[in-house]
Design a binder for this molecule. Structure first.
Ligand SMILES: C[S@@+](CC[C@H](N)C(=O)[O-])C[C@H]1O[C@@H](n2cnc3c(N)ncnc32)[C@H](O)[C@@H]1O
Length: 234
């Protein structure tokens, strides 16, 4: 009963608080890598993987803001014929991703590149599918990022984004606070993560407004309790 009551408390209406862009210190990168091995992250990534089944993945897939590579490694195991690329702003986190790919015997399969979503190191119309999880809320210039993704996607290509929504129910904020006390490493607590990421997340109206100023016209946003999927077709 109490749980139902807390769960149904109104959503947060706070103003957005932008968070840091790249996870670019070795301590923060290592701490984040630890966290992504925890069950909640695995479940979130599993949810994204199950969404991929809905698409006809053809030649290439790019994971933008790939972090320590957990998701793209799962993608490589499920879709061995795809050309896979992981891009991230942080060289520290990419080192961890490369190491993980080697441990999984997938270093020949996945190319990791340093780069920003606002200036991707790829030619026009060169990637069929772009995926990004829990990274959008870090992007300094999301409008430019969406334009850049549009440039790189092939005609008919798809962008799928999974990210937190700031107007998650209070229950989720409480859950994160509890998790922070119990399992989050010090280096992340110091930079106010993970709750900083939730507070930096967009709400439906904000992100719809940003996308409406870009070249994407086929927009589909599906909000869930504390996160949302954004699907854009070129
Ligand atoms: C919270 S982590 C998520 C990592 C991974 N996608 C996952 O789901 O585990 C966010 C990642 O986005 C990266 N990032 C932030 N801003 C970026 C940008 N402008 N371009 C590319 N990567 C960025 C960060 O360095 C970090 O590795």
């Amino acid at each position: 009963m109490v749980i139902i009551l807390i769960y149904s408390l109104p959503r947060k209406k706070n103003l957005r608080e932008p968070s840091m862009e790249g996870l670019d210190s070795p301590e923060v990168a290592a701490a984040f890598e630890k966290v992504t091995n925890l069950l909640p992250f695995k479940l979130l990534h599993r949810k994204v993987l199950s969404q991929l089944k809905l698409y006809n993945l053809k030649d290439s897939l790019l994971d933008v803001g790939c972090g320590p590579g957990n998701l793209i490694i799962q993608v490589a195991k499920k879709y061995p014929s795809l050309d896979l690329i992981g891009v991230d702003l942080s060289s520290e986190i990419l080192e961890l991703a490369k190491k993980k790919a080697v441990e999984n015997n997938l270093n020949e399969k996945i190319v990791f590149k340093i780069g920003s979503v606002e200036s991707l190191p790829f030619p026009d119309k060169s990637v069929d599918f772009i995926l990004s999880t829990l990274s959008l809320h870090h992007w300094e210039d999301p409008k430019q990022a969406f334009e850049e993704i549009f440039r790189v996607l092939t005609d008919g290509g798809v962008l799928l984004i999974f990210d937190f929504r700031r107007d998650a129910r209070k229950f989720f904020y409480g859950l994160l606070k509890f998790a922070t006390k119990v399992v989050v490493p010090k280096a992340l607590k110091k930079i106010n993560e993970p709750s900083g990421s939730l507070k930096a997340g967009y709400v439906f109206s904000e992100i719809s407004q940003i996308i409406s100023q870009t070249s994407f016209s086929n927009v589909y946003i599906k909000p869930y309790l504390a996160w949302m999927f954004i699907k854009l077709d070129k």
